[in-house]
Structures are given as C-alpha cells and as structure tokens.
Design a protein around this ligand. Structure first.
Ligand code: ZN
Length: 270
C-alpha cells in the first residue's frame, strides 16, 4: 500500500534552495567562461602616446616567466601580484602617504595612481578614485560567486586589488589596492615621474574615467539572476506556512541583489 508523505515547508524550501544554488553555480561557470574569452578592459581617456612614454620610461619587461617573477618579487609581493592575494587591512605604510607623488607597480614600475586621487576610505587599504590613464585593466572576478571588478596592472598584468562603486567624486569609484603591489615615488625625489604622469593630456583624461558598461554588465546580469532566483525559489514553496521569521531570511538576499542591480544601472543612466 502506497503511503502518502506530506512535505513540510522547511524541507520544500531547502529543496528549492538546493536547486537554486545548483543553477547559480552553473550560471556563474558559464559567465566566468565567457568573461575569460573577452579582452580585458583598459581604462582610457588619455593619450596612448603618453602610456607608451611611461612604459618606455620605466623600461621593465611586460611578460616574464614565473621563475623570473619569483626572483624579482619578495614572497609577499609575489603572493599579491602573481597569486591574486590580499594583504591584511591596515598593514601597508602607503595608507598614510599624503605627500604629492606617484604610486607605481612593484612588478614593473609602471605608474598606477597619484596622491591627487588618493582618499581615506577607512577600509585599511590604500584607496583611490581614479588611476593614471591606460594604467590598469579591469576584469570581472567571480571567485566569491558575487561578481567583483578586479584591477590589474595593464603593463605586467599583476593583480592590484578590486574596484567598488562606493567611492567619492569625480568617479564614484573606489580602487581598493594592496599596498604590497605598489611603491611610492614622491614628486620631489622623482621629478621625471611626476612630469610624465602629470602631463596635461593625462590630467584631462582623468575626468572621464568610468568603467564601461561591458565591465559592469556581467555583475548586473548575475545579480538580477540571483534576485529573481531567490524570490521565485521562496514563493515556489507552500505559501503562508512559514512557521518562523527565519524562513523569510532568503528574501533579505533577494532585496540585496535587487538593490545592487538598481544601483549599478542608475549609475549608467545618470
Ligand atoms: Zn605592473
């Protein structure tokens, strides 16, 4: 005789959540594969000739073997730049730098940021609102499932940190960098570096620095998917049978991902 089993609301929601997680992982894998096929986005707006001057000026190899990087970099620097590591917050002496100068890549010496774009974010990592033009590549990073924008040195492809959308004007962006990935060159001690970086062409280009929609699009798509998937997963179960407030907890994530979508789209509509 066949026994009819009843399914409690918690079990039903757990099953829906399991299906949702499986779909999210699959979707993330697909997005990561597509993203890896795309060329990196180089922030532009300044003069390509200035970028070439900077590369020639600092004269380091753009592409090296792994063994060469290990010889050049300290173990800590190698971990950050070549293994995409993250230093502990409040550990970098660059956090306190206020002197006028240039922050250059520790891997290749290319100028990345200036003190003029630096601000105190309170996060414990050196933070900037915009880079030197053509100095960084941006890629979408799915390592934490939730997409983030990874920032790399455009010259040697070393990992620098991540970019977030909660920075101050003029860009509204926060370049959250690892101090171990950079060195500081003061304008007084390195006037040639200051002369190149602060050329009129580069300064004018900074005003228009914003990540193109192509960089943010994967995040918008994935966050939309997560918001819809969580919401539909929740409401696909038995309605009105939630026995505790905790069963509504997934909706908090749905609202969060929905808010991220609205925020990112509004940035490009403004
Ligand atoms: Zn570099």
């Amino acid at each position: 005789m066949r026994t009819k089993y009843s399914t409690c609301s918690v079990c039903s929601k757990f099953e829906s959540l399991r299906i949702f997680v499986a779909r999210a992982v699959l979707f993330t894998c697909v997005l990561s594969s597509v993203e890896s096929l795309l060329p990196p986005t180089v922030l532009t707006g300044g003069s390509q000739s200035v970028h070439r001057q900077l590369c020639v000026k600092f004269g380091q190899a753009i592409d090296k073997e792994d063994t060469e990087w290990r010889d050049i970099l300290s173990p800590e620097e190698y971990y950050i730049l070549r293994e995409e590591g993250t230093e502990p917050p409040f550990s970098s002496e660059l956090n306190s730098v206020k002197e006028s100068g240039t922050f250059v890549c520790r891997g290749c010496g290319a100028p990345l940021f200036t003190t003029g774009s630096k601000f105190d974010s309170g996060t414990g990592w050196p933070s900037f609102t915009y880079p030197v033009d053509d100095s960084v590549d941006l890629r979408t990073d799915f390592k934490l499932i939730i997409p983030r924008t990874e920032c790399r040195c455009a010259t040697c492809k070393g990992h620098l940190g991540h970019v977030f959308s909660d920075g101050p004007e003029p860009t509204g962006l926060r370049y959250c960098m690892n101090g171990l990935a950079m060195s500081f060159k003061s304008d007084d001690e390195h006037p040639e570096t200051a002369k190149l970086v602060n050329s009129r062409e580069v300064i004018e280009g900074r005003k228009s620095v914003r990540p193109p929609l192509g960089v943010a699009l994967p995040g918008i798509v994935l966050n939309s998917f997560l918001a819809v998937a969580i919401t539909s997963s929740f409401f696909s179960g038995p309605h009105g049978q939630a026995s505790s407030v905790l069963e509504y907890f997934p909706l908090v994530f749905a609202f969060y991902f929905g808010w991220l979508v609205v925020r990112d789209i509004s940035r490009f509509m403004s």
